[in-house]
Write a protein that binds this ligand. Structure first.
Ligand code: ADP
Ligand code: ZN
Length: 353
């Protein structure tokens, strides 16, 4: 088992990464020392993995909430349901909330843990690649509003992250590829060696070779842990993790539910950010080409989906949380492994790409 530590001043928490972690009841029970446990999961994940988790927590007062799968469930109404479930359970301040699932479950259960009695223990048990490399680490929790994604939330760091890589065997192909977009992001934004490693290992990743996947997850979590340690609440450097995301979120928002998955939109968004960097004279065309080739080889989109108007995407980008005083603030790059925050990006240049 590989264990990485996220260090946050005097606090720290472990990220455990290995095969078969859900078959280690001692590890799981050790992460939930109190009497009450609320497990939150969804209807796809529950039949596969919930029994193992419940067995590991035998002897405690456990309640499991199984939600329908999908981003459309990340609502205040579901959040209220979780509050009621904790109340019914009689959960006290030493309760633990366990998030078993992908990023949707992690964000929602995480926000519940942040709010119940002003904050109780949260254990993230990510079962998607995207959640393992990104959303389960770092303490961002939220629900969506009709007005936009993640508008209500809190920073609430988990007490532990348990990434059992065996769970990736049942992940739908499209979800695996979408997760790989976020993996590529780490190479693109700050680790050229890792990017080159991904270029030579993309076939093994798609074939779900266990060792290759574990190596990639470890590398991504190492980066994420370091960035979060230096900038927990995103006052600076943490924004680099949004490489490809301003374009990506605009695509997601314009398409609404049923369009590209988050990771797919980020893949297209990274290529747009690279092309914009190139147009602004920051980076070379060869870097854009390498990025697009890697993503394409992983079966990911590298352009704006047909039918989306550039002006509409730009209007969405103007609403991004990173902007300051009405000026576009984007994560661009100077080439592979060299992302940076660029202030006051000209709107014509964005429209042109
Ligand atoms: P993400 O992690 O990409 O934010 P979700 O939480 O929406 O996404 O999970 C993506 C989809 O994959 C959901 O339909 C979820 O139920 C399903 N899922 C999650 N983990 C697994 C798994 N290990 N095996 C099969 N399906 C899974
Ligand atoms: Zn993302």
């Amino acid at each position: 088992m590989t264990t990485l530590q996220v260090e946050l001043g005097a606090r720290r928490y472990p990220i455990h990464i290995d095969r078969g972690l859900l078959d280690r009841p001692g590890l799981i029970a050790g992460c939930a020392p109190g009497r009450h446990v609320l497990i939150v999961t969804d209807a796809n994940v529950a039949p596969l993995y919930l029994a193992k988790l419940e067995a590991a927590l035998a002897g405690k007062l456990v309640r499991s909430v199984i939600l329908p799968p999908g981003e459309q469930e990340k609502t205040l109404a579901r959040f209220a349901e979780l509050m009621d479930a904790l109340a019914t359970l009689g959960a006290s301040r030493d309760a633990t909330v366990v998030a078993l699932g992908g990023g949707v479950i992690g964000d929602l259960a995480g926000f519940a843990a942040a709010c119940w009695m002003r904050g109780v223990r949260l254990v993230q048990v990510p079962t998607t690649l995207l959640a393992m490399v990104d959303s389960s680490v770092g303490g961002k929790t939220a629900v969506d509003l009709p007005a936009g994604k993640n508008l209500v939330g809190a920073f609430h760091q988990p007490a532990a992250v348990i990434a059992d890589t065996d769970t990736l065997r049942t992940l739908p192909e499209r979800e695996l590829r979408a997760g790989l977009a976020e993996v590529v992001k780490y190479g693109a934004l700050g680790d050229a060696d890792f990017f080159a490693w991904l270029e030579t290992h993309s076939k093994d990743l798609l074939a779900r070779d266990a060792d290759t996947l574990a190596a990639a997850i470890e590398r991504c979590c190492t980066h994420k842990a370091a960035i979060v340690a230096r900038d927990e609440t995103e006052t600076g450097e943490r924004a680099l993790l949004n490489f490809g995301h301003t374009f990506g979120h605009a695509i997601e928002a314009e398409q609404g539910f049923g369009g590209l998955l988050h990771g797919e939109a980020v893949a297209a968004g990274m290529v747009l950010a690279a092309r914009l960097s190139q147009a602004l004279g920051l980076a070379a065309a060869t870097d854009t080409e390498r990025l697009a080739a890697l993503l394409q080889g992983l079966g990911l989109p590298v352009a704006v989906p047909a039918g989306l108007a550039p002006e509409a995407l730009l209007a969405r980008m103007r609403l991004d949380k990173k902007n300051r005083s009405g000026r576009l603030r984007l994560i661009l790059w100077r080439g592979i492994g060299r992302a940076e925050i660029v202030e006051d990006v000209a709107e014509d240049a964005v429209l042109a790409v």
